[in-house]
Write a new protein. Structure first.
Length: 118
């Protein structure tokens, strides 16, 4: 079964940028879509960006103008470029498939922490 490993998180000040990576142990082309999710303690995990096998992208409204999801099929990696980060973006970020596109989830990874200070 393909596993996904997130990396690239860190601590930045408001207005800063980070790029997250989601590396798959197998081909990401096996998925109809891959998404980035984020979760803060005590709240549900929310899908914030998704990219389909044919590179269609969808974003949650609060990140649409600041985040960009992309994929490198040769590297089996999906990226999330984040600009103009704000304290409310502080969360643990995960990647996984997207049920709405017909895939089943793979086991969730440990995620990568993003902390934005004001």
């Amino acid at each position: 079964q393909v596993r996904l490993v997130e990396s690239g998180g860190g601590s930045v000040q408001a207005g800063g940028s980070l790029r997250l990576s989601c590396e798959a142990s197998g081909s990401i082309l096996s998925f109809n879509a891959v998404g980035w999710y984020r979760q803060v303690p005590g709240k549900q995990r929310d899908l914030i960006a998704a990219i389909t096998r044919d590179d269609r992208q969808n974003y949650e409204r609060s990140v649409k103008e600041r985040f960009t999801i992309s994929r490198d099929n040769a590297r089996n990696t999906v990226y999330l470029q984040m600009h103009n980060l704000q304290p409310e973006d502080t969360a643990v970020y995960y990647c996984n498939t997207v049920r709405a596109y017909g895939d089943y989830y793979v086991p969730w990874g440990q995620g990568t922490q993003v902390t934005v200070s004001s």
